[in-house]
Design a protein around this ligand. Structure first.
Ligand code: SIN
Length: 539
C-alpha cells in the first residue's frame, strides 16, 4: 500500500505561524533534558500533545543504570549492554552511553533528583542481565516520577516556552528539502498552527499502544516516528519490540508494570501449581528480558503465571516497591502473602528514527533522541534500565552539536506547500468511515496475536492483510485520537514489513519458523517511504 507524505492535506490561509529557534517535540526525559541544556543559548519551545507530565518517563519504575557503584565500571556496563543486545548493538554508541552515563546522572542529581540512599550512600539495585548492582532508584519504585517531576520543575524555572495540548501532525520543509517546521493541532483551541524553527528535535517516545497489552501510558502512539517516516526520514530496526516479562494480569485492571527490580530483590515466577519454571532456563529469573518474556508466554499456554514476593517480607516490599504494593492491594492482592498474576506486555521499541551518534536523522535540521530514535544502542534487546540513561546521554550529544552549528531561522515564505492542499478545514476534513476506537482495538489485538512475542510468516502475512485493509478504509478526521490511530496503523504495517523481512530470531524478534539467530543477520533493517524493499545495513 502506498504511503502518503502527509496525514492531512490542508493549510488554512489565515493560520497562525509561530517561530522559535529550537523546537523540542515531547516532554519525557529526552525532550526536557534537551530543552534544559539548550535554553541558555537559544529560545527553546517544547510542544507536547497532552500535559507536560504525560510520558513514559513518569511511569518508569526500576530505575536508571550507570556505572557509579564502587565495584562497577563503564567497561562492565558496556559488556552487559552488548551481551543483552544479541550481537546487534552499535558498540561505538554503547561505549558513549556507558562512559558518559555517570556524568549525565550527576547532572540529574544536580537538577534535584533524589535517588534512594542506604547509610548515606546511593543505593544500587540489580536487574536482569546486569553483572553488578548498578540501578539507581527513587522513592522505591517511583524513579520515573521523581525524574519527570524534577525536570518539569527545572523547565518551568527556566526561560523555556511550553505548549501543552499541541499535537504535531507533520513536518514541513523548504525548497532545499530541509525540515523547517511542523504542522500542529492545538487541541485546546481546535486550531491548526505552524511552528517554524532552526532545528527540530523529536523526543516523542515509543509506540507501546500498538499492542493489546502494554506497560506504556496512553500517549505512546508513535506519532513522531510516523511523522518522520512520512517526511522521508529513514527508520531502523522496527521489528525489535521489547516485551516486559511481568505486567499485572488481572481482568479489568490496567496492564501495570511490575518492575524487574522485584526479581532482582528475590521475587520469583511460579506457575499455577506454585512451581518455579525459570529454574531450567539459562540465567534463570534474571535472564535477559526476551528470554523471560518468551518463557512466560509459553508457560501461559498451560495456565496462569504469578510473581511471588513472599520471600521478601512486608517491610522490604513496602520500602522498595511501595507503588507496586499499593496498586496490587487495590486489586485485592496483598503481595506479601499472595502471589500476584502477571504476564508479558509490550514495553519498549528498540528501533525508531534512524540517527547517527549525534542524533542527526537522515533529514537536514531534524534530530531525534530517546525511545523514538534508533542509533543501534540497544541492538535487538535493550538491557534493563538503559532507556532513561539513553534519553539523557544522546539528548546531551545533540545539544553539543547544536551549540556549534545550526541553520538560520526559517521564514514563512520558504515553506513548500503542495499545490493540492486545501485551505478550508471543513471541506478538507474527510469523514471517518470506520470508528477510530474500534479500529484501534482490532489493530492492538492483531499486533498482540501475530506480531508479538512469537511470530511466523503466516501470522505476519495475515496481520499485514488486516492492517492494510484498515489503512485503506480509515481516513482520520481532525481529532487527536483519529490522527493517532492513523499513525499507529502506519507503524504497525512497518513493524510487520520489517518482521517479515528478518528471517531469523534475535533478541525481541522471535520467529517460530526461523527459531535461531541466522548467519550474516547481524545487520539493521532500514525502511524509507517510497521504497518497497526493506534494506539491511551494517553500522
Ligand atoms: C522495570 O522496572 O522493570 C523496567 C525498567 C526498564 O524498562 O528499563
Amino acid at each position: 500500500m502506498k504511503d502518503n507524505e502527509f496525514l492531512i492535506h490542508m493549510l488554512p490561509q489565515d493560520m497562525e505561524i509561530n517561530t522559535t529557534e529550537i523546537l523540542v517535540l515531547g516532554s519525557g526525559i529526552a525532550g526536557l533534558f534537551t530543552a534544559i541544556k539548550l535554553c541558555d543559548k537559544f529560545e527553546v519551545t517544547v510542544l507536547t500533545k497532552r500535559d507536560i507530565m504525560a510520558s513514559s518517563t513518569e511511569h518508569a519504575q526500576g530505575g536508571i543504570a550507570a556505572a557509579l557503584n564502587q565495584d562497577d565500571s563503564p567497561e562492565f556496563h558496556f559488556v552487559d549492554t552488548i551481551n543483552a543486545g544479541a550481537e546487534l548493538c552499535n558498540s561505538e554508541v554503547v561505549k558513549i552511553l556507558t562512559e558518559k552515563g555517570p556524568e549525565c546522572v550527576r547532572e540529574l542529581i544536580e537538577l534535584g533528583v533524589e535517588f534512594d540512599k542506604r547509610q548515606g550512600s546511593l543505593d544500587f539495585a540489580k536487574e536482569a542481565a546486569h553483572s553488578r548492582r548498578r540501578i539507581l532508584h527513587a522513592k522505591g519504585d517511583a524513579t520515573g516520577l521523581e525524574i519527570e517531576r524534577t525536570l518539569v520543575a527545572a523547565v518551568r524555572k527556566r526561560n523555556i516556552i511550553i505548549k501543552e495540548n499541541h499535537f504535531v501532525i507533520d513536518f514541513l520543509k523548504n525548497a532545499q528539502n530541509q525540515v523547517c517546521g511542523v504542522l500542529v493541532l492545538d487541541s485546546a483551541s481546535l486550531k491548526l498552527k505552524i511552528w517554524l524553527a532552526r532545528a527540530i528535535i523529536v523526543a516523542t517516545g515509543g509506540l507501546g499502544q500498538l499492542y493489546r497489552y502494554t506497560t506504556n501510558p496512553e500517549v505512546t502512539t508513535g506519532d513522531g516516528i510516523a511523522a518522520a517516516y512520512r517526511a522521508g526520514a529513514e527508520l531502523m530496526d522496527m521489528e525489535f519490540v521489547q516485551f516486559h516479562p511481568t505486567a499485572l494480569n488481572i481482568a479489568g485492571a490496567p496492564t501495570f508494570l511490575i518492575s524487574e527490580a522485584a526479581r532482582g530483590e528475590g521475587a520469583v515466577l511460579i506457575n499455577s501449581e506454585g512451581k518455579r519454571f525459570m529454574e531450567d532456563i539459562d540465567g534463570q529469573e534474571l535472564a535477559p528480558r526476551d528470554v523471560v518474556a518468551r518463557a512466560n508466554w509459553r508457560q501461559m499456554e498451560k495456565g496462569p503465571i504469578y510473581l511471588d514476593f513472599r520471600g521478601l517480607g512486608l517491610d522490604k516490599i513496602k520500602e522498595r516497591f511501595p507503588g507496586i504494593y499499593k496498586t496490587c492491594l487495590s486489586y485485592g492482592f496483598d503481595i506479601s502473602t499472595t502471589p500476584v498474576p502477571v504476564g508479558p506486555a509490550a514495553h519498549y521499541l528498540m528501533g525508531g528514527i534512524k540517527v547517527d551518534i549525534n542524533g542527526r536523522t537522515s533529514l537536514p535540521n531534524l534530530f531525534a533522541c530517546g525511545e523514538c530514535a534508533c542509533n543501534g544502542l540497544h541492538g535487538a534487546n535493550r538491557l534493563a534500565s538503559n532507556s532513561l540513561l539513553d534519553g539523557l546521554v544522546f539528548a546531551s550529544l545533540i545539544t553539543e552539536v547544536l551549540k556549534k552549528e545550526i541553520g538560520p531561522m526559517p521564514v514563512p515564505e520558504e515553506l513548500q506547500i503542495p499545490e493540492d492542499w486545501q485551505s478550508k478545514i471543513r471541506e478538507s476534513s474527510p469523514s471517518t468511515a470506520l470508528n477510530s476506537t474500534v479500529i484501534r482495538r482490532k489493530m492492538q489485538q492483531i499486533m498482540w496475536q501475530y506480531v508479538g512475542i512469537i511470530r511466523d510468516k503466516q501470522g505476519l502475512l495475515k496481520a499485514q492483510a488486516d492492517i492494510d485493509k484498515y489503512r485503506q478504509e480509515f481516513s482520520p478526521s481532525l481529532e487527536i485520537s483519529d490522527l493517532e490511530t492513523a499513525n499507529m496503523l502506519t507503524l504497525a504495517s512497518l513493524i510487520i514489513r520489517a518482521a517479515l523481512a528478518r528471517e531469523e530470531s534475535r533478541g525481541g524478534h522471535f520467529r517460530s519458523d526461523f527459531p535461531t539467530a541466522g548467519e550474516g543477520w547481524q545487520k539493521h533493517s532500514v525502511l524509507k517511504r517510497g521504497e518497497d524493499i526493506v534494506s539491511f545495513i551494517s553500522i
